[in-house]
Each structure stands twice: as C-alpha cells, then as structure tokens.
Write a protein that binds this ligand. Structure first.
Ligand code: 6GU
Length: 224
C-alpha cells in the first residue's frame, strides 16, 4: 500500500511515521508513506496556500489550486482507492472503517488547516471525509497520523504476531481482557492465579469472560 499525505504543516507528521511499528512497516516495504508539503505546489512567489474567504469572515481558507495540483500529479502516477479529507465534520473513525481501508491499494490523505478549505476541493476531489471524534483539533495532521496508524497496523506482516491485531479491542465489539507480566507477585499485588496455571483452555475462557465483563462495565453500548 502507498499512502500520500498532503499537509500545510508536514513537520507535524515527522515523528509518528519515523518510529516503532509505522517505521518498521515502511522498512519492511509493506507500506510506503509519502508526505507532501502543500507549499511546494503553490504557484505564486510568496508560496502562499491560503486566502481570505469570499464574503468576508474571520480566518484564512486553504486555496484550491495547490491542492488540485498536488492531487492531480499523484493521480497521474498512481491509482487510489480513496482520497480522504480529515475534517471534524466527516464520518467518525471506527475499527470497521480502518479494517476496510486497510484493504485498499493506495490512499491520499488531505489534512485541513486554518479556518477551512475551499469547498470545491470537497465537491470535486475528495471521495471520503473522516473525523477522529467530536472535538476540534487545530489541523488534520494529528488526526491523519491516528487514521494511518490504525490502518497500517492491520496490514498483514506489519505486526510480528499476526493474531495480535485480531485480538485488539473493538475487533469483535469487545474490549481486550487485562494482561499481566512478571513478577507474579509485586508487593501485595498478585496476578490472577489462572494465568500462571498453564491451563491454556481455562486461560482462554477466563480472557473471554473478562472481555465481556469489562465491555459490560465500561462500554455497554458495544454489546447492543
Ligand atoms: Cl480529522 N480534523 C480536525 N481539525 N479536528 C478534528 C478531526 C479532524 N477529527 C476530530 N477533530
């Protein structure tokens, strides 16, 4: 998979893709992430990428031209399953959406910034709009990093233990069970006995019960 992220503040995307699982996925050649600076597609001398809103009002609006030029040049070279715009008024991100997008060939992810974006971008260039929750961020970059992380970790071969993405919280509408590691006793705090029993079948049952218990308590809405 190839992911092209278009941003007015590309520096915000540096570290999430240069560490840990997302870096390893790229090093293994499973995913190629390219970050594009919108300013490189500005055609005026000042390298501006935004302008005043028609009809007045506070705040600058991202202009259509640099975005059009960037998206068009990418589409000439690659085929994309979706051209996604990160925006708080998009569809709320869920495990289901991430699962679907992880099966894509290639994706373009456009980060919004400032007050808004020329609506014609959304009318003519974007195929999907995604929000990461009901709160407002200063820009789409952090949201894009969240989206890409949730997608990339699902691609086969990215996680060492292939089953570990399947046992994540939300994959089966259940929260993940608690986990423990050594020491089995720390001060007065002991690990549930069953986990050190070596009885794999019973441990499996215990984990499933705990998942249900935890979901009932913390997220009963998931069980509906
Ligand atoms: Cl995708 N962008 C911004 N700016 N704010 C958000 C968001 C996205 N998702 C939730 N809040």
């Amino acid at each position: 998979m190839r992911i092209d992220i278009i941003s007015a503040v590309p520096a915000l995307l540096d570290s999430p893709f240069n560490d840990s699982i997302l870096k390893r996925a790229q090093n293994k050649g499973i995913v190629e992430v390219n970050i594009h600076n919108l300013r490189d597609y500005s055609s005026n001398n000042q390298k501006s990428i935004d302008d005043y809103a028609f009809g007045g009002g506070a705040g600058m609006v991202l202009s259509i031209e640099p975005i059009y030029k960037c998206i068009t040049s990418l589409k000439e070279k690659n085929n994309y399953s979706e051209i996604i715009f990160m925006t708080p008024d998009g569809e709320k991100l869920s495990q289901k959406i991430s699962n679907q997008l992880s099966l894509s060939s290639n994706l373009i992810v456009l980060c919004g910034h400032y007050k808004g974006i020329d609506e014609r971008v959304r009318e003519h260039l974007i195929t999907k709009e995604i929000s990461i929750g009901d709160y407002v961020l200063s820009g789409g970059e952090l949201a894009a990093a969240v989206l890409c992380d949730s997608i990339i970790r699902l691609i086969p071969g990215v996680l060492n233990d292939e089953t570990s993405a399947l046992s994540d919280s939300f994959q089966d509408n259940l929260l993940a069970p608690p986990v423990y590691t050594r020491p089995a006793k720390y001060k007065d705090w002991e690990v549930p006995k069953i986990l050190t029993s070596g009885n794999l079948k019973e441990i499996e049952n215990w984990r499933h019960e705990k998942s249900i218990e935890k979901t009932k308590t913390l997220r009963p809405d998931l069980l509906k």
